[in-house]
Design a protein around this ligand. Structure first.
Ligand code: GLN
Ligand code: ZN
Length: 770
């Protein structure tokens, strides 16, 4: 029985990579210094895994930005707009890499970055490969070989990890019409074969090819390409031992194809899909020689492994295949979890009781080793003690009073359909809201946050350090809020916001005030490039001990006779951007959060707030990878939103906000949320996203964003009127609001004020037109 790992976090346990790359970008360190830091992180990761006892330690899982971008460089898929830069400036690869990831605006060049998108259903973002009809590939960059040799020099025969050729193509985008990127496989494959040949010649024993697209719904044609590709690799490299890895979902209808691939090792994500072990064992692979890599340790979450459950799976496989054909591994790369739980030393923040239930990357590596020791029946006292402790921790978690709150469970169990529906249908609510709110046609509003200036952030930092008292901090926030109210009144905005100055982050702010959440000090996970996030951990039943936003919202409302909109984060988004407990279904946890938000909504209403926004930007990214699972997810997600929104009177207006494109395939569920008003990101798509709403005859009100908040550029009144003209060509004017694409927290004040002034003028102009 062997152990291996699919990938280790690359940011460094102290976020060394983040700090170094940012220093490099701002010219504070040299490329050579940056390279050294990369080397140090790799070496540290390799040694840590090797010393823990991992037999096959991964290499090429490191990246200075993103592994998909690395693959684009490996195969020479550098988009044409970078070619001048490459040739005239002879840019070193590291700078080319950063130029592709971040754009290049220097020395008279102004080249846009490549697009970035979410890596499957994770919060990691990859750089989307760009392909043209005449796309050529060549072996352009030797990173994988260099890292393999680097490991070798340190006496480690590492396992190179590469994004497989089929997934690489599928994850990219055609930049021209007239071809399908999958057809490029015949040009791409020779480059992969060359890389694999070199790795084999350098002494690689195994190579891991990641084909996570095998977790998606593929077409027959795509499956055929998979089969042909791996057969071709096998023909060219008969001796090379290949590990095929997919993760995040079952192989599903791709399983037959997968089982027939000529690979030595097949990796299974048994956390996301425990049932597939039986399917595979039943599929009669007993007679072939395929080794199964059992991904039993969760690479997506921070909980301790359930040793008994994992051992049961392992022994089932061993029983049928023999120990020689079973490997043990994490379910996927550990990129998605923080580095080391041992760094969480502040017992006030993470209490020992909660900490005993958790495991970060380093601990997960140790779990893999312990599982192997236990499964192979070695007479190992330490492992036996680990098992005992593991069972005990599980028992504690099962019964802990910290986690289990009967009142919450009973309240969830008692929810009825009535709790998930407003008192009346939108058609009658609309009339009552019209009377109560007295808004003009094309009402203007913003999405919630105003600039979180360095100053505002410095107040919070000082307050947390104790350099500002609570009273001093509160006064600063109050002044900033008041200024924003005065200013919104002055430009004649219709529905005001308080500005969210008191919030660090739209999920953290709520997590910190809810029971059932805990925060780590060092639990950073890479989101993209140098950007890391520290997701809250939901460990127990969620409830709201006290109002969370009423104070600042009603303070803002007390300053003005105009409407101030209350601002909340929705249950699905809070769930989606946290590490969620794994001892009950996600839907259950989401419902608990929904009840907490519902209480906040009704408290805001009691405090006299008549318009309340519940942001749900993450509903779409929560969609399961396989379409057949969408319906079930959307059912509970939409219901959770409705539970949070439905405790109020008809005259209270509920808004929601979502900033993503693509509503087409889920428009009926978006409508099912039944928010009185939905604001969406629309400006960059020139209002095209409204077509889905128009086609569906979406009945409620919509605020299509009229300007892009991602850039400091100030749009003109005319541009916004033109966009709204497009909007009202497809949606009746009485349904339309005028607002920016999203919150303004990343913007500066000068452009914010200028843009919103123009926006209010645009609404005035529109009112004259109808
Ligand atoms: N209310 C939030 C804000 O304005 C919404 C942010 C978001 O959609 N991501 O900042
Ligand atoms: Zn948004």
């Amino acid at each position: 029985m062997q152990t291996h790992n699919l990938g280790y976090p690359r940011i460094g346990s102290q976020r060394e990579l983040k700090k170094a790359s940012e220093q490099y970008w701002s010219g504070k360190i040299t490329a050579q210094q940056l390279m050294q830091i990369g080397h140090a992180i790799r070496l540290q990761n390799w040694l840590l895994q090797k010393e823990a006892g991992i037999e096959l330690v991964p290499c090429n899982d490191f990246s200075f930005y993103d592994q998909v971008l690395d693959t684009s460089l490996m195969v020479g898929a550098v988009p044409a707009r970078y070619h001048d830069l490459m040739h005239d400036k002879q840019l070193p690869h590291i700078d080319l890499l950063f130029a592709m990831a971040r754009g290049y605006q220097k020395d008279g060049y102004d080249i846009t970055a490549m697009e970035m998108t979410k890596w499957f259903d994770t919060n990691y973002h990859y750089i989307v490969p760009e392909f043209t009809a005449n796309q050529q590939f060549t072996l352009f960059n030797n990173k994988v070989l260099n890292e393999f040799n680097e490991a070798k020099r340190n006496n480690i025969n590492a396992k190179p990890v590469l994004l497989g050729p089929v997934s690489y193509l599928l994850l990219g985008k055609e930049k021209e019409t007239g071809f399908n990127r999958i057809e490029l496989i015949s040009k791409l494959l020779p480059v992969y074969i060359e890389v694999l040949t070199r790795l084999e010649a350098s002494g690689a024993c195994y190579v891991q090819l990641d084909e996570p697209c095998l977790s998606l719904n593929l077409t027959d044609a795509e499956r055929k390409v998979v089969a042909r590709t791996y057969q071709e690799i096998r023909n060219k490299l008969p001796q090379l031992r290949l590990i095929l890895a997919s993760y995040f979902e079952c192989y599903g209808e791709n399983l037959t194809t997968v089982l027939n691939l000529p690979v030595q090792v097949l990796h299974l994500d048994l956390v996301r899909c425990p049932s597939q072990l039986e399917d595979i064992l039943a599929a009669n692979i007993t007679h072939s020689h395929t080794i199964l890599s059992l991904g039993v340790v969760d690479g997506r979450n921070i909980w301790k492994n359930d040793f008994e459950a994992s051992l049961a799976l392992i022994s089932k496989a061993v029983g049928q295949l023999g120990a020689g054909r079973v490997w043990i591994a994490p379910s996927c790369s550990l990129l998605h979890v923080p580095c080391d739980l041992a760094l969480e030393t502040n017992e006030q923040v993470l209490t020992p009781e909660i900490k005993q239930w958790m495991a970060f990357a380093k601990q997960k590596i140790e779990e893999v080793i312990t599982l192997k020791q236990l499964a192979s029946g070695e007479n190992n006292e330490a492992a036996a003690a680990q098992l005992k402790e593991n069972i005990q921790a599980k028992k504690n978690r099962h019964t802990s009073a910290l986690i289990h709150n009967m009142a919450v469970k009973q309240r969830v169990a008692a929810i009825t359909d009535k709790d998930a529906a407003r008192n009346s249908a939108f058609s009658s609510r609309k009339v009552k809201q019209h009377e109560a709110l007295r808004l003009p046609l094309f009402p203007t509003t913003t999405i919630g946050s105003f600039p979180q200036t360095a100053e505002v952030r410095s107040w919070r930092a000082k307050w947390k350090k104790g350099d500002l008292t609570q009273a001093q901090y509160d006064e600063l926030i109050a002044n900033e809020t008041e200024a924003s109210i005065r200013w919104q009144e002055a430009i004649d905005m219709d529905v005001l916001v308080h500005g969210e100055f008191e919030r660090n982050d739209m999920v953290e702010y709520f997590g910190e005030q809810l029971n059932g959440f805990v925060f780590s000090q060092n639990g950073w996970v890479q989101s993209y490039g140098s950007r890391c996030v520290k997701p809250p951990v939901i460990y127990g039943d969620v409830n709201r001990p006290a109002p969370m936003t009423v104070r600042w919202t009603s303070f803002a409302q007390s300053l003005t006779p105009k409407l101030v909109k209350g601002m909340l984060t929705g249950p699905v988004t809070i769930l989606q951007w946290s590490f969620v407990r794994n001892d009950q279904p996600r839907s259950e946890t989401c419902t608990q959060i929904a009840l907490a938000i519902r209480d906040e909504v009704t408290d805001l209403e009691k405090a006299g707030i008549q318009v309340i926004q519940i942001d749900e930007p993450a509903i779409r990214e929560g969609l399961p990878l396989r379409k057949e699972n969408w319906e079930a997810y959307l059912q509970w997600a939409v219901r959770a939103f409705r539970i949070s929104a439905s405790g109020v009177e008809d005259a209270t207006q509920i808004h929601t906000h979502m900033c993503y494109s693509e509503f087409n395939d889920i428009i009926s569920h978006i409508a099912g949320m039944d928010a009185d008003v939905i604001t969406i990101e629309c400006s960059r798509s020139q209002m095209e996203l409204l077509d889905a709403f128009a086609e569906f005859k979406y009945p409620n009100e919509i605020g299509p964003g009229v300007y892009d908040i991602h850039s400091p550029r100030v749009p003109s009144k005319k541009e916004m009127v033109d966009l709204m003209d497009k909007a009202r060509a497809v949606i009746p004017a009485e349904q339309l609001w005028v607002n920016p694409d999203c919150g303004l927290k990343t913007r500066g004040w000068p452009e914010t004020k200028a843009a919103l002034h123009e926006m209010v003028q645009a609404a005035r102009e529109l009112r004259k037109l109808v």
